[in-house]
Design a protein around this ligand. Structure first.
Ligand code: 5AD
Ligand code: SF4
Length: 441
C-alpha cells in the first residue's frame, strides 16, 4: 500500500445520506492508508469536501467553504484541498479555472483511486481530476468506516436512470447499478457484529434495485432475516417502483419499518408530465391509500418542489389539494432551482423568486398543520421507540424514533441507546412527540 507524506485529514460532508455513506467509504480508504482523522482544519494536511449539487444553494455553501480553506492554504502551502462528489463531477472545469488551489477533484465513482491520485498530486504538483463515471462501480468489496452510532448506512445501488427534468443526479452520478444480495448481506452482518441495530439501505433510486433476478423486495427479505437487525429503513424510493408486492413484504416483517418516503414533487398532472415523473396525480393518490391500507400505522413523508417552470397558481393549488387529501406526516419542500444539463433548465417560463418564496411559505403552513394533526392523533397510542441519542434540550431525556419515523422524547429511566422500549405517547407539539416509558410494574 502506498504511504503518503501527510498525516491528518478533515472530511466534511454536504447533501444527502448517500454522501454520508460515501464519506464513510472514503474515510475507510484514508484510515487504511494510515492517515488520522481530525476535526481541526488548522491541524490537517488534507481537507476533503464531499459535495452536493442538487440545488444551487448547496453549491453556494461549498464555494464559500472553499474560500475559507483558500485562506488557510495561503499560510500552509502544503495543505491538500480535495473536492469530492457531485460538484466535482459537475463543476470540474470551473474549479480548475477559477479555484486553482483545489488540488484534487474526484467524482463519486473515483474514490478507489484516492491513494493513487494523492500520490500523483504530490509528485506532479498539479491539480488532479478524475470524474469518470462508471457503469459498474458499486464499491462492493469495500467496508466503510462507520461512526459509533446505532444506524449503519448501507448503499445498495448507485446512479439514476429516471431523468426527472429538474434533476442533476443522473448527470453527476451516472447510470443505475446494483450490488449483489450476497455482498449486501455480508456487509449488514458485519455491521451487526460491530453493534449496529438499525440498517438504512440507500440508493438514489433505492427501490429500482435489481441484481440478476433479485428485486428490492427480495433484498429486503434477505436483510430482514439477518439475526440482530432490529430495524430496516430505506431511502430514497421513486413512486413508480413502489408496488403491492413490496408493501406486503414490508408489512410481513416486524423489523422492516412502517415508513415510506413517497416523493410527490407536484399534484398537477401537467407539471408531473413536464417533470417526467411517469405517474399521475390519481395513481399517486391511489398508491398513498394502498400504503396506508396495507400498513395502517405507516409514516408517510414526501418531497415537493414549488415554482417549477410554468407552474401556474392553479397548478400550485392542485399540489396543496393533493397534500390535503393525503396528509403526509412530513414534507421536504423545495423552491425549484435551475440545474445545468437538465431539461427544465431550457424551459423559458421560469418562475420569479418572490412567487416561489410565497408558495413555499404557504405550503409550509399547510404541512405544519398536517404534521401536528397526525401527531395529535398519536396521543394515547403505544409505540416502540428506538433510543438514538440524548435529547438536545435535557440531559434527563432520550430522543428516539418510532417505527413510523416520528421523534419521541422520553425520560431516561433505565434504558440505553440502541434499546427499543414501549412508550405511551402523552403529548404532541409540532413535529415532536413526548411519551412515557411503559415499565413492567
Ligand atoms: N430544484 C429543487 N429541488 C430539487 N430536487 C431535486 N432537484 C431539484 C431542483 N432542481 C428535490 C426533489 C428531490 C429531492 C431530493 O430534491 O424534490 O426529491
Ligand atoms: Fe433525481 Fe428523479 Fe433520479 Fe430522484 S428519480 S435522483 S429526483 S432524476
Amino acid at each position: 500500500m502506498e504511504t503518503l507524506p501527510i498525516k491528518k485529514f478533515v472530511l466534511e460532508t454536504y447533501g444527502c445520506q448517500m454522501n454520508t455513506a460515501d464519506s464513510e467509504l472514503v474515510e475507510g480508504i484514508l484510515l487504511n492508508l494510515g492517515l488520522e482523522k481530525t476535526q481541526d482544519l488548522h491541524d490537517a494536511d488534507a481537507i476533503f469536501l464531499n459535495t452536493c449539487a442538487i440545488r444551487e444553494n448547496a453549491e453556494v455553501k461549498v464555494h464559500s467553504r472553499l474560500g475559507n480553506l483558500h485562506k488557510i492554504k495561503r499560510s500552509k502551502p502544503h495543505l491538500i484541498i480535495g473536492v469530492l462528489g457531485c460538484m466535482a463531477q459537475n463543476l470540474k472545469d470551473d474549479l480548475l479555472k477559477n479555484k486553482p488551489y483545489v488540488d484534487i477533484i474526484l467524482g463519486p465513482d473515483s474514490y478507489r483511486n484516492i491513494p493513487k491520485l494523492m500520490n500523483r498530486h504530490l509528485t506532479e504538483k498539479k491539480s488532479i481530476v478524475d470524474t469518470k463515471l462508471s457503469r459498474y462501480e458499486v464499491y462492493e468489496d469495500m467496508f466503510p468506516s462507520r461512526g459509533d452510532t446505532f444506524n449503519a448506512w448501507v448503499s445498495i445501488m448507485r446512479g439514476c436512470d429516471k431523468f426527472c427534468s429538474f434533476c442533476i443526479v443522473p448527470f453527476t452520478r451516472g447510470r443505475e447499478r446494483s450490488r449483489s444480495v450476497d455482498s449486501v448481506v455480508t456487509e449488514v452482518k458485519k455491521a451487526v457484529d460491530q453493534g449496529f441495530v438499525e440498517i438504512t439501505l440507500l440508493g438514489q433510486n433505492v427501490n429500482s434495485y435489481k441484481h440478476e433476478k433479485q428485486s428490492f423486495a427480495d433484498l429486503l427479505l434477505a436483510v430482514s432475516d439477518i439475526p440482530g437487525v432490529k430495524r430496516i429503513r430505506y431511502t430514497s424510493p421513486h413512486p413508480q417502483d413502489i408496488n403491492v408486492e413490496l408493501l406486503e413484504v414490508m408489512a410481513s416483517r416486524t423489523n422492516i419499518c412502517n415508513y415510506v418516503h413517497f416523493p410527490m414533487q407536484s399534484g398537477s398532472n401537467e407539471l408531473l408530465k413536464r417533470m417526467n415523473r411517469t405517474y399521475t396525480r390519481e395513481h399517486f393518490y391511489y398508491m398513498a391509500e394502498k400504503i396506508r391500507e396495507i400498513m395502517p400505522n405507516c409514516g408517510l413523508s414526501t418531497d415537493i418542489i414549488v415554482g417549477f417552470p410554468g407552474e401556474t397558481d392553479e397548478q400550485f393549488r392542485e399540489t396543496l389539494d393533493l397534500m390535503e387529501k393525503i396528509k403526509f406526516n412530513t414534507a421536504f419542500t423545495f423552491k425549484y432551482s435551475s440545474r445545468p444539463y437538465t431539461r427544465a433548465e431550457q424551459f423559458s417560463d421560469q418562475i420569479s423568486e418572490q412567487v416561489k418564496k410565497d408558495r413555499l411559505d404557504e405550503m409550509l403552513i399547510l404541512q405544519r398543520k398536517h404534521t401536528l394533526e397526525l401527531n395529535l392523533q398519536k396521543v394515547g397510542n403505544f409505540e416502540q421507540v428506538l433510543i438514538e441519542k440524548e435529547s438536545k434540550k435535557s440531559a434527563d431525556h432520550w430522543a428516539g424514533r418510532t417505527d413510523s419515523n416520528e421523534w419521541v422524547i422520553v425520560e431516561k429511566n433505565h434504558s440505553k441507546i440502541k434499546d427499543i422500549i414501549p412508550v405511551e405517547i402523552t403529548e404532541a407539539s409540532g413535529v415532536i412527540l413526548r411519551g412515557k416509558e411503559i415499565t413492567g410494574a
